[in-house]
Design a protein around this ligand. Structure first.
Ligand SMILES: O=P(O)(O)O[C@H]1O[C@H](CO)[C@@H](O)[C@H]1O
Ligand SMILES: [Mn+2]
Ligand SMILES: [Mn+2]
Length: 403
C-alpha cells in the first residue's frame, strides 16, 4: 500500500497571487510580494550574509522543481534556482479570503474557508469592551496590558516589566484573525495562561476570530524576556471534514508533526509530535521509518514564518531554507516504493516586504515519488484531492487530483 507525507513549509510562498492587491501590510498592498524570489535575489546580491553566505543553495528542492514553481507562479526566474526538475512540480493558488495559517492549511486539506474572519482594528484599544471584560474576569485581574496590534517579541520588551509588576496578561493581535495572550510562564503560570485562553476561545470563535494563542515567556526585566516553545493555539474547528477526516474515516492512520494538531483542532488526527523545527525534522524522519501502510503524515515547519518571516530577517530565512533543503536531501533516499512526499506552503511572508505580516502569494507544490513533469497551476484544494487519490481514499469538496 502507499503512504503520503504532506509537508507544509510555513510561509514559503512563490509570488503571483492574482488577488494580492486585496491584501495589505499596513497601507501597502501585497502586489509583487514573493518570498522565495526576493530571498533568492537578496542572497545573489550579497544582501543575506548574516550566518550564511552567497547565492541561495537549495539544490534538492530545486531539483524537484522549486525554481520552476517560482516561474509558474510569478513569471520570474529566481537566481540560483535553475535546475531541470526531476520531480512533479507546480504552483497553487488560494481562494480563501484570508492569508493566515488556518485558511491556508484547511484549503490545502480540501476545505476553503466559507466565511470572512473577524479582524481587530489597528487602534488602541483594539478589542471591544466585552472582550476586555471577559479577559479580566477569566484572568482574575483588574485589567489587561497591550490591547493593540503588536509584534510578539516587541511587546515583551515594551510591556514585560509592567506584566511582572501588575500580573496583568498582555493581550495583542495582528493583521491576522488572532487574539494572543502573553504571560510569564512561572509567575503567571503556564497552566493558568492555557486556562485563560480556553475560557475565552468560545466567545472569540463565535465572533469568527480564528485563533486564541497562548504565548508564555520567561525571563526578567533585568535580563530581558524570551518566549518559550509552549505556545498553544486554540483554533476554530474546520467547517467541513478535511483530508485528515477523509483518511481517518477510511480506517487509515493520520500522524501530525508540529502545529497541525492545533490548526485542525485535532479533528481526524491520531497522534501529534511537537517541538522546535529541528526536533520536528527528527519526528518526520521517524515517521518515514515507522508510518504504517496507507497512512498520512501531515507536518508543518513553522520557523520560516515565526522566526524569520514576521521578523523580516532575510539571512535567517535563507539559512532556514538551506537547512531544510539539506534535511530533505537526506530524507528522500529513505522513502519507500509507493510513498508520496508533497512539499508545499500555506501563504507567503516575504522578509523583504514592508510591515511584519504575511503576504498573499501562490505557493510551490513539489512532489517526490510520483514521476516528473509540470502539473502547472493548481488550486490549494487540489493538494488534498491528490493526496487522497494517492492513498486510494475518497475525497470531497472542490479539489481535483493532479496526480
Ligand atoms: O509577532 P508574533 O507574536 O510572533 O505573531 C505572529 O504570530 C501570529 C500567529 O501565527 C501571527 O498573527 C503573527 O502576528
Ligand atoms: Mn502559516
Ligand atoms: Mn505567521
Amino acid at each position: 500500500m502507499t503512504r503520503a507525507f504532506l509537508v507544509v513549509m510555513d510561509s514559503v510562498g512563490c509570488g503571483g497571487a492574482p488577488d494580492a492587491a486585496e491584501f495589505f501590510n499596513g497601507a501597502t498592498p501585497d502586489t509583487g510580494a514573493n518570498t522565495l524570489l526576493h530571498i533568492a535575489q537578496a542572497c545573489a546580491e550579497g544582501r543575506a550574509e548574516e550566518g550564511r553566505s552567497g547565492p541561495l543553495k537549495m539544490p534538492v528542492l530545486d531539483a524537484l522543481g522549486l525554481g520552476e514553481a517560482v516561474r509558474l507562479a510569478s513569471g520570474e526566474r529566481a537566481p540560483g534556482l535553475d535546475a531541470a526538475p526531476t520531480g512533479r512540480f507546480g504552483a497553487a493558488t488560494e481562494v480563501s479570503p484570508g492569508k493566515d495559517t488556518p485558511s491556508g492549511h484547511w484549503e490545502l486539506a480540501g476545505v476553503p474557508v466559507p466565511w470572512d474572519w473577524h479582524y481587530f482594528p489597528n487602534t488602541h484599544p483594539a478589542f471591544p469592551e466585552e472582550v476586555t471584560r471577559a479577559a479580566c474576569e477569566a484572568a482574575g485581574t483588574e485589567g489587561i496590558l497591550g490591547n493593540c496590534h503588536a509584534s510578539g517579541t516587541r511587546i515583551l520588551a515594551d510591556l514585560g516589566a509592567e506584566h511582572m509588576r501588575t500580573g496583568w496578561p498582555i493581550c495583542y493581535t495582528s493583521a491576522d484573525s488572532v487574539f494572543q495572550i502573553a504571560a510569564h510562564e512561572e509567575t503567571f503560570g503556564e497552566a493558568r495562561l492555557q486556562d485563560l485562553c480556553k475560557t475565552l476561545a468560545p466567545m472569540l470563535h463565535q465572533m469568527k476570530v480564528g485563533r486564541v494563542i497562548s504565548r508564555p515567556f520567561v525571563g526578567s526585566a533585568e535580563e530581558g524576556f524570551t518566549r518559550t516553545t509552549n505556545r498553544h493555539d486554540y483554533a476554530i474547528a474546520p467547517p467541513e471534514p478535511t483530508l485528515c477526516d477523509w483518511v481517518q474515516g477510511a480506517g487509515r492512520r493520520v500522524q501530525a508533526v508540529g502545529k497541525i494538531g492545533d490548526i485542525f483542532s485535532m479533528q481526524g488526527i491520531d497522534e501529534v509530535r511537537k517541538g522546535r523545527d529541528a526536533v520536528l525534522m527528527d519526528h518526520l524522519f521517524d515517521f518515514v521509518d515507522e508510518a504504517p501502510d496507507g497512512s498520512l503524515t501531515f507536518a508543518n515547519f513553522v520557523e520560516f514564518d515565526s522566526l524569520y518571516g514576521h521578523r523580516r530577517d532575510v539571512s535567517g530565512y535563507a539559512a532556514a531554507l538551506e537547512w531544510f533543503d539539506a534535511c530533505i536531501g537526506r530524507l528522500l533516499p529513505k522513502l519507500r516504493e509507493g510513498d508520496l512526499l508533497l512539499l508545499t506552503a500555506d501563504h507567503g511572508n516575504d522578509p523583504t516586504w514592508t510591515g511584519t505580516d504575511h503576504t498573499r502569494e501562490r505557493v510551490p507544490v513539489l512532489c517526490a515519488g510520483v514521476g516528473a513533469g509540470s502539473i502547472g497551476q493548481v488550486a490549494f484544494a487540489d493538494v488534498a484531492a491528490s493526496v487522497a487519490a494517492h492513498l486510494g481514499v475518497p475525497s470531497r469538496g472542490p479539489g481535483r487530483s493532479f496526480l
